[in-house]
Design a protein around this ligand. Structure first.
Ligand SMILES: *Cc1c(COP(=O)(O)O)cnc(C)c1O
Length: 422
């Protein structure tokens, strides 16, 4: 099936007389005939749903759909994108381990890696994705256990050279984890370029209507955990009578462990209703994401032509230093609906511009069906030092503009009148 068809049909197939729409199993629990069956479920020797924190038929259908969209062996939905990134990393790293991460990543991920993981004893080295091979090599340590980056970084909009970083990670026998939130599997499937694990904030384009928080982890099933350094996957888990994930679950070892161990213990699960809403969004994702990108390209071109604008960052623009990478990694070079641009007047001009917008709302959100704008330096990234701001590709006058699905002429008119007031 092509991706538009997968978005509608993967994960759930109604039987004769079955419901056309994905049923919502609004139940925390499930009933059984025998203690023996329940025992098998707890031993992981039989598959089945017994408690919604671990799995639920509605959530399961959406996980199957997303795994198919990304071309993975399995997926695990989470309560938010933050939970997905947290679990994806904690599934293979612990105290004493180290991450090599792209410096231009989402502010929440940056805090998670640099602040909270640090308290847990996990170190991170942030690298400039444009650094030379020698510089990147120097970031690795004997205890490095994964490489992390974002396909299209939020909000810096740098395009991650997935193939290059996959090669680098694999040279050090560690997996590459890619946050594919902005691209979605419609524009990019990181596994096709060598990534091993994909995470998403489904809160953004995948759900798409600004109604439901969520995240997902997808496992390519291709990484060889047995090459060393991943004892949690290759050595017995006492909480399952000494089960070894790589032996019991083969290619699905990573995603199974994330569910039956980390989701069991940490509990950041998606709800059945949340999964249903995510599924509704996924059904129209291909149509939406392409229109978001078309609107953004028109707005980015108009901004580029304004003398009040210092620079426009949109990888879909030919002038972008990331244009070539966008052409390589993103279907038709469609670089999502998110643009960032900096006003010559710096912080005061950016605040004036945002306050002057009418149709385009001020929101701490992005990748929304409605157009919205944000000033990162005074909101999402206000906890960062100037040095960290620059490393994350953010200037004081930077505005993140997320183009929605309104008629593009209406978006352009609002942006032009706000620019006129700066
Ligand atoms: C929003 C976002 C996240 C965090 O997701 P939440 O659903 O808000 O927890 C992670 N990565 C990227 C790229 C994001 O845009």
């Amino acid at each position: 099936m092509k991706i538009e068809t997968q978005c509608l049909h993967e994960g759930y197939e109604p039987g004769n007389g079955g419901a056309r729409a994905l049923p919502i199993y609004q139940s925390t629990t499930f009933t059984f005939d025998s203690t023996a069956h329940v025992g098998d479920l707890f031993d992981l020797s039989a598959a089945g749903h017994f408690y919604t924190r671990l799995s639920n038929p509605t959530v399961d259908a959406v996980e199957r759909k997303i795994a198919a969209l990304e071309g993975g062996v399995g997926a695990l939905c989470t309560s938010s994108g933050q939970a997905a990134t947290m679990l994806a990393i904690l599934n293979i790293l612990g105290s004493g381990d180290h991450i090599v991460s792209a410096a231009s990543i989402y502010g929440g991920s940056l805090n998670l890696l640099a602040v909270t993981f640090k308290k847990l004893g996990i170190d991170v080295t942030f690298v400039d994705t444009n650094a030379s091979d020698e510089e990147l090599e120097r970031a690795f340590r004997p205890n490095t256990r994964c490489v992390f980056g974002e396909t299209i970084a939020n909000p810096a909009l740098t395009v991650f050279d997935i193939e290059r970083f996959a090669t680098l990670a694999h040279r050090h026998n560690v997996p590459l984890i890619v946050d594919n939130t902005f691209a979605t599997p419609v524009l990019c499937r990181p596994f096709e370029w060598g990534a091993d694990i994909v995470v998403h904030s489904t809160t953004k384009y995948m759900e798409g209507h600004a109604v439901q928080m969520g995240g997902v982890i997808v496992d390519s099933g291709k990484f060889d955990w047995a090459q060393g350094g991943f004892a949690g996957l290759t050595e017995p888990d006492d909480s399952y009578h000494g089960l070894v994930y790589t032996e019991a679950f083969g290619a699905a070892a990573y995603i199974t462990k994330a569910r039956v161990q980390l989701m069991r213990d940490m509990g950041t699960c998606q709800t059945p209703m949340g999964a249903f809403l995510l599924d509704l969004g996924l059904q129209t994702l291909p149509l939406r994401i392409r229109q978001h990108a078309a609107n953004a390209l028109a707005v980015a071109s108009a901004l580029e032509a304004s003398d009040k604008v210092e620079f426009v960052t949109y990888p879909g623009l030919e002038s972008s230093p990331y244009h070539a990478l966008a052409q390589k990694y993103l279907a038709q070079g469609a670089a999502s609906g998110v643009i960032s641009f900096s006003l010559k007047g710096g912080r005061p001009a950016a605040e004036k511009f945002i306050d002057a917008l009418g149709l385009v709302s001020l929101e701490v959100h992005v990748a929304d069906i409605h157009s919205c704008a944000l000033h990162p330096a005074s909101s999402t990234h206000r906890q960062l030092t100037d040095e960290q701001l620059v490393a994350a590709g953010i200037t004081p006058g930077l505005i993140r503009l997320s183009c929605g699905l309104e008629n593009v002429e209406d978006i352009l008119a609002d942006v032009q009148q706000a620019l006129a007031q700066v």
